[in-house]
Write a protein that binds this ligand. Structure first.
Ligand SMILES: *Cc1c(COP(=O)(O)O)cnc(C)c1O
Length: 406
């Protein structure tokens, strides 16, 4: 399929380019020292990812340890409640081990670390999901694990902090700035610059300098590839629309990778938080402009000085002032439509899915559910496949305290 001059038959092979560009987005804007480290990772990934041994080991781990393939569920009662006849389906990444999609790339990254002979993995975490997933992978492979986390997020996500510690990781508290994900990324980067000889940095999304947007997409594409095959098996056809939430953009990019070359409408959902004022949301693709941060060029939210702006979302996994460079590219191209869902709509969807389907979704994923429901109301027939990126157990105390039981 050719779309706006880009050939999607060969898209995944041709994008990113060898130096990590999706059009003008992506690349690697880092210190020479980190550049050396990233080139080492890039070189290792390019050779190792093609080896039979690596592929077979990753497939075995996905099957035996992660519980893949995760199912697709037909959301029958939710579909009935909408009343247009449109059928909603969920790809159940909440049933992936540790309760979210993030383990998909963490197992890949940690397996790569093992093949590269590294002793330690380093990462930042926001909601704590990436930290838990990486700590899990580190325990599985016998690697040391340092997780950098903002003080605010540590307080908000106490159960995940406990999980990381139980799994044997060291949780490093970050007290700079707003004490959330952005500052944690900066601190983890600084640690990696000091320790790169023995460690590898495992980015938690399709973000950061090359080769991470490529690598994380590749590891997450299992979601979209499985979903496409399962959906066709279930219904005999492709979905009319695919929906996923976008923070950094890894569950979305993994999902979209399976459908980019199909006649399927693709939607990425960003958090509108409390509203459109800068600081009240984290909808970087919708309201941001081109800029470089954390080592890559993408679309980002900036303050009056051109620095990454403070952002907010009820979902701490989505409150990042930019998104992966591939999303910026697909946004400009028009192949993926990016839209927003606010906190209120999100919390409604959180309770609606719980009540009608017996699935408590993560607040991040609730953005995608809310959008899928909205979309189904505007369609006359057909089907919508929503990626349910994670389960909501981590969010229950927070939701009840802030919103009560609805
Ligand atoms: C981290 C997280 C997200 C956001 O990350 P992406 O890289 O945008 O996928 C979404 N959902 C859940 C459950 C998460 O833990």
């Amino acid at each position: 399929m050719i779309f706006n001059d880009v050939n999607f038959d060969t898209y995944l092979k041709n994008y990113p380019t060898e130096d990590g560009f999706f059009g003008k987005y992506g690349g690697s804007y880092i210190s020479p020292e980190l550049q050396t480290a990233m080139q080492e990772i890039s070189h290792a990934y390019n050779t190792i990812c093609k080896s039979r041994k690596f592929i077979d080991e990753l497939r075995r781990i996905r099957r035996e340890f992660q519980g893949r393939p995760t199912p697709i569920s037909h959301l029958q009662r939710l579909s009935d409640s909408i009343g247009t006849g449109v059928q909603l389906y969920a790809k159940r990444e909440d049933l992936n081990h540790t309760g979210a999609h993030k383990l998909n790339h963490c197992m890949g990254e940690a397996l790569l670390a093992k093949y590269m002979g590294k002793k330690k993995v380093i990462a930042e975490t926001g909601a704590g999901q990436h930290g838990v997933a990486l700590a899990t992978a580190a325990a599985y492979f016998g690697l040391e694990c340092d997780i950098y986390m903002g003080k605010v997020d540590i307080e908000k996500q106490a159960p995940n902090v406990a999980r990381m510690k139980i799994l044997g990781a060291r949780v490093v508290e970050v007290t700079d700035g707003l004490q959330t994900l952005k500052e944690a990324v900066d601190a983890a980067f600084a640690a990696y610059a000091r320790e790169y000889k023995d460690a590898i940095y495992c980015i938690g999304s399709v973000l950061g300098p090359h080769p991470f947007p490529l690598m994380v997409r590749d590891f997450q594409s299992v979601v979209g590839i499985e979903a496409r095959e399962q959906f066709i098996d279930m219904t005999g056809e492709l979905p009319d629309a695919v929906v996923a939430c976008v923070g950094g953009g890894s569950n979305a990019m993994g999902t979209f990778a399976g459908f980019l070359n199909d006649p399927v409408d693709i939607y990425g959902v960003e958090p509108l938080g409390r509203g459109t004022a800068l600081g009240d949301h984290a909808a970087s693709l919708k309201y941001g402009t081109e800029g470089i941060m954390h080592g890559f060029n993408s679309i980002m939210l900036k303050d009056e000085n051109g620095e990454p702006a403070p952002v907010y979302s009820v979902a701490s996994g989505l409150d990042y002032p930019s998104s992966g460079p591939e999303h910026a590219f697909l946004h400009d191209l028009g192949r993926v439509k990016y839209d927003v869902i606010n906190d209120e709509e999100t919390i409604d969807a959180f309770f609606t899915l719980s009540r009608l389907e017996g699935i408590i979704p993560a607040i991040e994923s609730s953005h995608a559910i809310a959008y899928g429901m909205k979309l189904a109301k505007t369609m006359k027939k057909g089907s919508v496949l929503i990626t349910l990126s994670g389960r909501g157990d981590k969010d229950m105390d927070y939701v009840i305290e802030k919103y009560g039981i609805r």
